[in-house]
Design a binder for this molecule. Structure first.
Ligand code: CUA
Length: 338
């Protein structure tokens, strides 16, 4: 029995360690967290095998035999056995808790030259503020190999800030500030997700974290503080609008052929003037589209919910919003904007 248990545990551990459970390791924290999970797996498999072996053995050994009547023998405890099965799990769980605490204390330690990022969660979007750089963004852009200190806030309900590739997850709680630390070590794009069911648009609360070389990050900061993607000299409204449409994340929820966007959470923007026509008479298409961007609750198109974030008026400059309005009205196919 013992031999079978040892062999079954060994096979189970081998299989578990072969499976690739985790996403890309995108941060300094990833490796230690993945090792922690592997240790948990190695400890859990023999316990699972032990419990299942005893359970299956008992089902066969102590089953009712032909001719058996009534209850089996009554057993009133076994002090020695009870001390053993309380003490051993207590020691295992305590050791794992201490190990987990040591790892967390290590990977969340304050570091020199940290980049400060303020994360705000609201129904249903994340926004990122870089207080020292004086930059606001809907995209999380980080320089590679520099420690980041995240200060996390929520405007309305509970959310949870999570970049699976970084492994660190932290609740965003209205009224209090939570924090976490990450040092991105791999350049690339990773999803930012919300890991707390926060309402009807929870599943759409996905954005992008982009880890880039330090020099590129400095350029990005410069670009952002120079007024973002409002049309520059010689740039057409279409090109500028397309850029804003993508960077503000409109494509996640709306369909717009010119931007290769196919979202269906919000109204189809290829049919914009048709939609705008349903708004009260006397409101110009420009005013209607402008209002729908900065105050999306003012008029909700029939058949759609109130999923759209209400912070685009803060996220985008007035020039960017004007460009976006012109772009959207110019791009709609049913009828040119009036
Ligand atoms: Cu925010 Cu789920």
């Amino acid at each position: 029995m013992l031999l079978i248990g040892v062999i079954a545990s060994a096979i189970g551990i081998l299989i578990c360690l072969q499976i690739d459970w985790f996403p890309t390791q995108g941060s300094m924290q990833s490796d230690k967290i993945d090792t922690l999970y592997d240790v948990l797996l190695i400890v859990s498999v023999p316990i699972f095998v032990l419990v299942m072996t005893i359970a299956i053995y008992s089902v066969f050994a102590f089953r009712a035999k032909p001719g058996d009547k009534g209850d089996g023998a009554h057993i009133h405890g076994n002090t020695k056995l009870e001390i053993v099965w309380v003490t051993i799990p207590f020691l295992i769980v305590s050791a794992l808790a201490v190990y987990g605490w040591i790892v967390l204390d290590d990977i969340e330690a304050k570091q020199a030259n940290e980049l400060e990022v303020r994360v705000t969660g609201e129904q249903f979007t994340w926004s990122f503020e870089y207080p020292e750089e004086k930059v606001q963004s809907n995209e999380l852009v980080l320089p590679v190999d520099r420690p980041v200190h995240f200060e996390i806030h929520a405007k309305d309900v509970l959310h949870s800030f999570w970049v699976p590739a970084f492994r660190m997850k932290q609740d965003a709680v209205p009224g209090i500030t939570t924090q976490t630390r990450v040092t991105p070590t791999e350049e690339g794009s990773y999803p930012v997700v919300c890991a707390e069911l926060c309402g009807i648009g929870h599943a759409t609360m996905r954005q992008e974290a982009r880890v880039i070389p330090a020099a590129e990050f400095d350029d990005w900061v410069k670009d952002q503080s120079e007024g973002g993607a409002a049309p520059e000299e010689g740039e057409s409204v279409t090109a500028a609008g397309r850029e804003i449409f993508a960077s503000a994340g409109c494509d996640a929820c709306h369909t717009l052929a010119d931007a290769d966007a196919t979202g269906t959470v919000g109204p189809n923007l290829d049919e914009l003037p048709g939609v705008a026509g349903k708004r009260e008479k006397g409101t110009s298409a420009e005013d209607y589209v402008h209002q729908s961007i900065v105050d999306p609750r003012a008029f909700v198109v029939k058949g759609f919910g109130t999923t759209m974030p209400t912070n685009f008026g803060d996220q985008l400059t007035p020039e960017e919003i004007d460009t976006l309005v012109q772009y959207l009205l110019g791009e709609s196919k049913t009828e040119k904007g009036k």
